[in-house]
Design a protein. Structure first.
Length: 211
Protein backbone atom coordinates (compact mmCIF):
# COMPACT_ATOMS: atom_id res chain seq x y z
CA UNK A 1 0.00 0.00 0.00
CA UNK A 2 1.23 3.49 -0.85
CA UNK A 3 0.18 7.01 -0.03
CA UNK A 4 -2.18 8.40 -2.65
CA UNK A 5 -0.90 11.31 -4.75
CA UNK A 6 -3.26 13.73 -3.03
CA UNK A 7 -2.32 12.68 0.53
CA UNK A 8 -2.16 15.80 2.69
CA UNK A 9 0.52 14.48 5.02
CA UNK A 10 3.08 11.69 5.02
CA UNK A 11 4.30 9.33 7.72
CA UNK A 12 7.20 11.59 8.71
CA UNK A 13 4.82 14.51 9.22
CA UNK A 14 2.65 12.43 11.53
CA UNK A 15 5.62 11.03 13.44
CA UNK A 16 7.16 14.47 13.96
CA UNK A 17 4.03 15.92 15.55
CA UNK A 18 2.93 12.85 17.46
CA UNK A 19 6.28 11.59 18.69
CA UNK A 20 5.40 8.14 17.35
CA UNK A 21 7.62 6.00 15.16
CA UNK A 22 5.61 4.50 12.31
CA UNK A 23 7.58 3.11 9.37
CA UNK A 24 7.03 4.44 5.84
CA UNK A 25 5.72 1.01 4.84
CA UNK A 26 3.33 0.62 7.78
CA UNK A 27 0.00 -0.10 6.09
CA UNK A 28 -2.01 1.00 9.11
CA UNK A 29 -0.83 4.62 9.18
CA UNK A 30 -0.75 4.88 5.38
CA UNK A 31 -4.34 3.64 5.14
CA UNK A 32 -5.49 6.13 7.75
CA UNK A 33 -3.70 9.08 6.11
CA UNK A 34 -5.29 8.15 2.77
CA UNK A 35 -8.71 7.79 4.40
CA UNK A 36 -8.47 11.09 6.26
CA UNK A 37 -7.39 12.87 3.07
CA UNK A 38 -10.24 11.32 1.08
CA UNK A 39 -12.75 12.24 3.78
CA UNK A 40 -11.64 15.87 3.69
CA UNK A 41 -11.62 15.96 -0.12
CA UNK A 42 -15.08 14.43 -0.34
CA UNK A 43 -16.42 17.01 2.06
CA UNK A 44 -14.79 19.83 0.06
CA UNK A 45 -15.78 18.36 -3.33
CA UNK A 46 -12.27 18.74 -4.73
CA UNK A 47 -8.59 17.90 -4.43
CA UNK A 48 -6.85 20.10 -1.89
CA UNK A 49 -3.12 19.53 -2.34
CA UNK A 50 -1.51 21.02 -5.47
CA UNK A 51 -0.92 18.61 -8.32
CA UNK A 52 -0.58 18.49 -12.10
CA UNK A 53 -3.47 17.49 -14.36
CA UNK A 54 -3.39 16.56 -18.04
CA UNK A 55 -5.67 15.07 -20.68
CA UNK A 56 -2.77 12.92 -21.95
CA UNK A 57 -3.92 9.38 -21.18
CA UNK A 58 -0.32 8.13 -21.15
CA UNK A 59 0.70 10.47 -18.34
CA UNK A 60 0.71 9.54 -14.65
CA UNK A 61 -1.05 12.88 -14.08
CA UNK A 62 -4.03 11.93 -16.24
CA UNK A 63 -7.37 12.37 -14.49
CA UNK A 64 -10.30 12.72 -16.87
CA UNK A 65 -12.50 14.39 -14.27
CA UNK A 66 -9.93 17.17 -13.89
CA UNK A 67 -8.70 17.60 -17.47
CA UNK A 68 -11.54 16.85 -19.93
CA UNK A 69 -14.75 18.87 -19.60
CA UNK A 70 -18.06 19.68 -21.25
CA UNK A 71 -18.20 23.27 -22.44
CA UNK A 72 -20.12 25.54 -20.02
CA UNK A 73 -23.10 27.51 -21.28
CA UNK A 74 -21.85 31.03 -20.70
CA UNK A 75 -18.42 32.70 -20.64
CA UNK A 76 -17.18 31.38 -17.28
CA UNK A 77 -15.22 28.18 -16.76
CA UNK A 78 -14.62 27.04 -13.18
CA UNK A 79 -11.69 24.68 -12.69
CA UNK A 80 -12.47 21.70 -10.43
CA UNK A 81 -10.08 22.93 -7.75
CA UNK A 82 -8.21 26.09 -6.87
CA UNK A 83 -6.05 28.09 -6.65
CA UNK A 84 -4.93 27.76 -10.26
CA UNK A 85 -1.13 27.68 -10.05
CA UNK A 86 -0.42 27.32 -13.76
CA UNK A 87 -2.25 26.75 -17.03
CA UNK A 88 -0.03 25.19 -19.69
CA UNK A 89 -2.69 24.47 -22.29
CA UNK A 90 -6.39 25.20 -22.71
CA UNK A 91 -8.21 23.86 -25.78
CA UNK A 92 -11.80 24.37 -26.91
CA UNK A 93 -13.04 22.10 -29.71
CA UNK A 94 -9.45 21.41 -30.87
CA UNK A 95 -8.51 25.12 -30.90
CA UNK A 96 -5.96 26.29 -28.34
CA UNK A 97 -6.94 29.49 -26.51
CA UNK A 98 -4.28 31.71 -24.98
CA UNK A 99 -4.18 34.33 -22.25
CA UNK A 100 -5.61 37.72 -23.21
CA UNK A 101 -2.98 40.39 -23.90
CA UNK A 102 -4.98 43.28 -22.43
CA UNK A 103 -8.46 44.10 -21.15
CA UNK A 104 -9.77 44.78 -24.69
CA UNK A 105 -8.70 41.38 -26.02
CA UNK A 106 -11.74 39.33 -27.07
CA UNK A 107 -9.80 36.37 -28.49
CA UNK A 108 -7.99 35.32 -25.31
CA UNK A 109 -9.08 34.28 -21.86
CA UNK A 110 -8.83 36.09 -18.54
CA UNK A 111 -7.77 34.25 -15.39
CA UNK A 112 -8.70 34.66 -11.74
CA UNK A 113 -6.24 32.14 -10.25
CA UNK A 114 -7.32 32.31 -6.61
CA UNK A 115 -10.89 31.44 -7.60
CA UNK A 116 -9.93 28.89 -10.24
CA UNK A 117 -11.95 30.89 -12.77
CA UNK A 118 -11.31 31.37 -16.48
CA UNK A 119 -13.43 33.84 -18.46
CA UNK A 120 -13.59 33.59 -22.26
CA UNK A 121 -16.08 35.75 -24.11
CA UNK A 122 -15.61 33.70 -27.27
CA UNK A 123 -17.64 30.93 -25.68
CA UNK A 124 -17.00 27.25 -25.02
CA UNK A 125 -19.15 25.66 -27.76
CA UNK A 126 -21.85 24.84 -25.25
CA UNK A 127 -23.70 21.64 -26.02
CA UNK A 128 -20.66 19.63 -27.07
CA UNK A 129 -19.50 16.85 -24.77
CA UNK A 130 -15.90 16.74 -23.50
CA UNK A 131 -14.75 19.37 -25.98
CA UNK A 132 -12.68 21.34 -23.46
CA UNK A 133 -9.29 19.98 -22.40
CA UNK A 134 -6.56 21.42 -20.19
CA UNK A 135 -3.07 20.88 -18.85
CA UNK A 136 -2.78 22.69 -15.54
CA UNK A 137 -1.77 22.67 -11.89
CA UNK A 138 -4.24 23.40 -9.13
CA UNK A 139 -4.51 23.18 -5.36
CA UNK A 140 -2.62 24.51 -2.36
CA UNK A 141 1.16 24.45 -2.70
CA UNK A 142 3.63 23.28 -0.08
CA UNK A 143 4.40 25.97 2.46
CA UNK A 144 1.17 27.90 1.92
CA UNK A 145 -0.93 28.90 4.91
CA UNK A 146 -3.88 26.99 3.50
CA UNK A 147 -2.04 23.70 2.99
CA UNK A 148 -0.43 23.95 6.42
CA UNK A 149 -3.88 24.35 8.00
CA UNK A 150 -5.26 21.43 6.00
CA UNK A 151 -2.30 19.27 6.99
CA UNK A 152 -2.98 19.96 10.65
CA UNK A 153 -6.64 18.99 10.19
CA UNK A 154 -5.56 15.75 8.50
CA UNK A 155 -3.10 15.03 11.31
CA UNK A 156 -5.77 15.60 13.96
CA UNK A 157 -8.19 13.30 12.15
CA UNK A 158 -5.61 10.49 11.87
CA UNK A 159 -4.70 10.94 15.53
CA UNK A 160 -8.36 10.60 16.47
CA UNK A 161 -8.64 7.41 14.46
CA UNK A 162 -5.65 5.95 16.24
CA UNK A 163 -6.58 7.10 19.73
CA UNK A 164 -10.17 5.83 19.84
CA UNK A 165 -10.88 4.65 23.40
CA UNK A 166 -10.67 0.96 24.21
CA UNK A 167 -14.20 0.06 25.33
CA UNK A 168 -17.13 -2.13 24.52
CA UNK A 169 -18.96 0.54 22.56
CA UNK A 170 -16.61 0.35 19.61
CA UNK A 171 -17.68 -0.42 16.09
CA UNK A 172 -15.54 -2.04 13.41
CA UNK A 173 -14.30 -0.19 10.35
CA UNK A 174 -12.01 -1.16 7.49
CA UNK A 175 -9.74 0.92 5.26
CA UNK A 176 -7.95 -1.04 2.57
CA UNK A 177 -6.48 -4.14 4.16
CA UNK A 178 -6.37 -2.62 7.64
CA UNK A 179 -9.21 -3.28 10.08
CA UNK A 180 -9.64 -1.06 13.12
CA UNK A 181 -12.30 -0.01 15.61
CA UNK A 182 -13.76 3.35 16.49
CA UNK A 183 -15.80 4.74 19.35
CA UNK A 184 -19.17 5.70 17.81
CA UNK A 185 -19.87 8.78 19.92
CA UNK A 186 -16.43 10.35 19.58
CA UNK A 187 -15.64 9.47 15.99
CA UNK A 188 -19.12 10.06 14.64
CA UNK A 189 -18.97 13.53 16.14
CA UNK A 190 -15.64 14.13 14.43
CA UNK A 191 -16.69 12.82 11.02
CA UNK A 192 -20.41 13.53 10.76
CA UNK A 193 -20.89 16.40 13.19
CA UNK A 194 -17.79 18.18 11.85
CA UNK A 195 -16.66 19.14 15.34
CA UNK A 196 -14.43 22.21 15.71
CA UNK A 197 -11.47 20.12 16.89
CA UNK A 198 -11.10 18.52 13.46
CA UNK A 199 -13.36 20.23 10.92
CA UNK A 200 -13.99 23.65 12.39
CA UNK A 201 -12.27 25.49 9.57
CA UNK A 202 -12.77 22.99 6.75
CA UNK A 203 -16.02 24.53 5.56
CA UNK A 204 -14.23 27.50 4.02
CA UNK A 205 -12.40 25.13 1.66
CA UNK A 206 -15.58 23.52 0.35
CA UNK A 207 -16.19 24.02 -3.35
CA UNK A 208 -19.74 25.05 -4.17
CA UNK A 209 -19.41 25.85 -7.89
CA UNK A 210 -18.60 23.29 -10.58
CA UNK A 211 -17.98 23.60 -14.29
Amino acid sequence: MALQASALIDVDFYNTLSGEDFDDDDEKIIALINAATSLMENFCNRYLKARDFTYDTESENYDQRYSIFDGPKFNQFWFPTYPLNSLTEFIISDVEIILATDYTDTTGYFLYPEKGLLVFDGGFDYGYMQNVTAIWNGGYVSGSIELTELQMMCYELVKNFLSAPENSNKISEKIGNYSYTLNPAAITAKMMGLSPSVFGELGKYKREIFA
